[in-house]
Design a protein around this ligand. Structure first.
Ligand SMILES: [Zn+2]
Length: 148
């Protein structure tokens, strides 16, 4: 899997409306000068709004001791939604579809290891495989387009 170019990460960080993003995750924010404050979604924040969002810097920070979560828009989505950094990036970039210039024309190579087939053709498994083969054979026989 291709690395996300640093320029793309910077673009998403700077172009993302962090206040709107945090609010979209159900956090009510109040403007205080150049900052916005609200209840931190990363710990049990009920009385004092500990979350400070600074849209000018594209950063958020929790002021509560014991939490202290801080980061940018991509990290906010990563932690709040429980997804990977890449997934969070893709959610924010271009509404979810990201095209990398550097992958143009190159074949993607899977990095996921292939597992051996859990079925071996003996005993019940052989019967099961026969049933599966029969099922697909019958489906095929009923489909004129496939027979052609
Ligand atoms: Zn917090």
């Amino acid at each position: 899997m291709a690395r996300i170019p640093e320029t793309e990460i910077q673009r998403v960080k700077t172009q993302c409306d962090l206040v709107a993003l945090v609010q979209s995750r159900g956090v009510a924010l109040k403007q205080q000068g150049s900052n916005w404050t609200g209840l931190c979604p990363f710990h049990d924040d009920r009385k004092t709004p500990n979350l400070i969002v600074t849209p000018g810097k594209g950063l958020f920070r929790c002021m509560a001791s014991g939490c202290g979560k801080t980061g940018n828009a991509i990290q906010f989505v990563q932690w709040h939604d429980g997804v990977s950094f890449r997934h969070a990036f893709e959610l924010l970039a271009n509404g979810g579809t990201v095209a990398f210039e550097q992958t143009g024309g190159r074949t993607k190579v899977s990095t996921v290891p292939k597992l051996p087939c859990p079925l071996s053709p003996d005993g019940d498994e052989a019967v099961l495989l026969d049933e599966i083969a029969d099922f697909y054979h019958q489906r095929l026989a009923r489909n004129p387009a496939a027979l052609d």
